[in-house]
Design a protein around this ligand. Structure first.
Ligand SMILES: CC(C)(COP(=O)(O)OP(=O)(O)OC[C@H]1O[C@@H](n2cnc3c(N)ncnc32)[C@H](O)[C@@H]1OP(=O)(O)O)[C@@H](O)C(=O)NCCC(=O)NCCS
Length: 156
């Protein structure tokens, strides 16, 4: 994209940084999601790194690992997800990275499930052309079901 902001392959050494970024309490509240270290590492090792159907990118800003963006299959649909370290928020990084990522992930329709209260993420998606396509209540985790309202966002 630019010298300051670019997408790079994910390497093993980036995983501890991603893990720390998703531990932040405010981020966890926004995304209504968090994994313990063991579960986080197992997920990335078993379902992401070795899975060629998953597109995974490290977001690099000013030479630092700012976060990650991925796309994957869920219930027969293609889905995008992302996470930025808190110190990188509020600079338009997610919007710019998603716009670029959509050139790499060209499946349409493409979906995102975003907590209804996650206004920042909803704005990012809307700015990249996603529209609301429904609402689901209750997400299924390894450890049960919670009652978070998730907005389904769709890019056609
Ligand atoms: C959601 C997230 C990716 C946003 O990244 P970001 O780089 O800060 O977003 P941008 O700077 O591109 O901002 C996009 C829009 O959201 C708005 N926004 C950013 N933070 C906001 C906040 N806390 N509350 C309300 N609006 C917010 C921005 O003002 C901007 O809108 P505008 O262009 O109309 O001003 C980042 O906060 C994050 O990683 N959060 C934790 C994990 C998460 O929620 N992942 C998404 C799961 S679906």
């Amino acid at each position: 994209m630019t010298d300051h902001l670019l997408l790079r392959e994910v390497i093993e050494a980036g995983l501890p940084v991603f893990y720390e970024q998703q531990l932040d309490p405010e981020a966890t509240q926004m995304a209504a999601s968090a994994r313990e270290r063991e579960e986080f590492m197992a997920h990335w090792h078993n379902h992401v790194l070795g899975n060629e159907r998953v597109i995974k990118k490290t977001i690099v800003f000013d030479g630092q690992v700012a976060g990650n963006m991925v796309s994957f299959e869920q219930f027969g649909e293609r889905e995008v997800g992302y996470w930025l370290g808190k110190e990188f928020w509020g600079q338009g990084i997610a919007r710019r990275v998603l716009a670029e990522f959509l050139n790499i992930e060209q499946t349409r329709p493409l979906y995102a499930h975003v907590a209804k209260h996650n206004i920042a993420s909803r704005r990012v998606l809307e700015k990249c052309g996603f529209v609301e396509a429904g609402l689901v209540v209750g997400t299924i985790h390894e450890d049960g079901i919670d009652d978070t309202q998730l907005m389904i966002m769709e890019l056609v």
